[in-house]
Design a protein around this ligand. Structure first.
Ligand code: APR
Ligand code: PHB
Length: 390
């Protein structure tokens, strides 16, 4: 089989790129390791910045997102028993974010690919990029007992943090930057009315907590837990008791609790691989970088990679201009690192660090005091949260 762009990974990055290129008449094939049901079973964050939502519309998959997604004009930071609002709209000259689950967004992308006869090959095992340093790269993979070969002009690795693309690059050609945090987030999804119409990020001496949502009837809550904890350590009852203890009393009192319909622990870590290109293999999204979820940057940063790569491929196929492909890694990484910085800053501001000295605890307190005493500091938080320009 032959295509123009071979895409490894059918998560949001791979599907969005495939859909955008399709609309421009550029052929793609997506190779996804798992079944569609498996991909759609993952519960992930759901705060979309303006630029990401625009990309969805550009890909003609924004209709349900615009109908069902909730526009959020602000969020709260709870600290010291009170909550202060970050007025995103006022602080950014009118920008907002859209709350729309990543699972729904991925479903929309799959349906769009179906409608236009897009090729997404599921259960593709042993996907391997070959000859990426030549003008004729190809992918090999196996579905069941059938081994297949996909010849392409370019290969894009959208196969997430554990994928094969990054790992196929010789170690001496890639530099990795990482930081692991000594805690994770325990998340619970419950079919209850969210405690607040806007997100609440809470910092407390017992640890960080987040009140988020997927809709007006579906709540998503998180608490910071030690990295050694397991889901089995946390009954629903214990979870909600701990969550409430970390929220201001008036918020805790108003919380409606219900049985969890999903419960999982995600470790917190930061990771960047540089460069994001090796020959004719390009990396995008979680395959090249991950962030702790605190600043809601993960999916949004994947979106900026796709934006740059889409335009670069378009220039190549339309006018033979390879400047965008040649500068992709540099451009994408400049924005990736800003997302890393912001995620690190939000994480450091709001979590309890077991290793922190009393001095560092005071600095953290002072950072919060400063934030709420300075319009400039609030403006900086807001402009990063709604997404820096591409
Ligand atoms: N071969 C084929 N597909 C693979 C392979 C492989 N060897 N390894 C992984 N995959 C698939 C996964 O099954 C998954 O469906 O690649 C896909 C990667 O998707 P994501 O992990 O969702 O990564 P990405 O599409 O970059 O999404 C951006 O933003 O909010 C964050 O982490 C969150 O997933 C989110 C990300
Ligand atoms: C979520 O709703 O899952 C969510 C929201 C905001 C974040 C992280 C996760 O910063």
């Amino acid at each position: 089989m032959r295509t123009q762009v071979g895409i490894i990974g059918g998560g949001p990055s791979g599907l969005l790129l495939s859909q955008l290129l399709h609309l421009q008449g550029i052929e793609t094939v997506v190779l996804e390791k798992h079944t569609r049901e498996h991909v759609l079973g993952r519960i992930r964050a759901g705060v979309l910045e303006h630029g990401f939502a625009q990309l969805m519309r550009q890909a003609q998959v924004g209709e349900r997102m615009d109908r069902e997604g909730q526009i959020h004009e602000g969020f709260f930071i709870a600290h010291g028993g009170r909550q202060d609002r970050i007025d995103l709209r006022a602080l950014t000259g009118g920008k907002t974010v859209l709350v729309y689950g990543q699972t729904e967004l991925t479903r929309d992308l799959y349906e769009a690919r179906d409608r236009s006869g897009g090729k997404v090959i599921h259960r593709a095992q042993e996907v391997t990029p070959n000859d990426v340093n030549t003008a004729r790269p190809y992918l090999t993979y196996r579905v069941g007992n059938e081994v297949a070969r996909l010849d392409c002009d370019y290969i894009v690795g959208c196969d997430g943090y554990h994928g094969v693309s990054r790992q196929s690059i010789p170690q001496e050609r890639i530099k990795v930057f990482e930081r692991a945090y000594p805690f994770g987030w325990l998340g619970v999804l419950s079919r209850t009315k969210p405690v607040s119409p806007e997100l609440i990020y809470a910092t407390h001496e017992r640890g960080f907590a987040l009140c988020s949502m997927r809709s007006t009837t579906l709540s998503r809550y998180y608490i910071q837990v030690p990295e050694t904890d397991t889901v089995a350590d946390w009954s629903d009852e214990r979870f909600f008791e701990e969550l409430r203890a970390r929220l201001p009393p008036q918020v805790a009192q108003g919380m409606i609790v219900g049985p969890s319909i999903e419960k999982s622990i995600a470790p917190l870590r930061s990771f960047v691989a540089e460069p994001m290109r090796y020959g004719r293999l390009f990396l995008a999204g979680d395959a090249a970088h991950i962030v702790p979820p605190t600043g809601a940057r993960g999916l949004n940063t994947a979106g900026s990679d796709i934006h740059y790569l889409y335009h670069a491929l378009l220039d190549h196929y339309r006018s033979g201009d390879d400047e965008g492909l040649d500068s992709y890694s540099e451009h994408a990484l400049a924005r990736v690192w800003k997302g890393q910085r912001f995620s690190w800053w939000m994480t450091t501001l709001l979590h309890r660090f077991p290793e922190h000295s009393p001095y560092e605890q005071r600095l953290q307190q002072t950072e919060l005091d400063y934030l709420f005493s300075s319009q400039q500091a609030l403006g900086s938080l807001a402009e990063n949260y709604v997404g820096l320009p591409f």
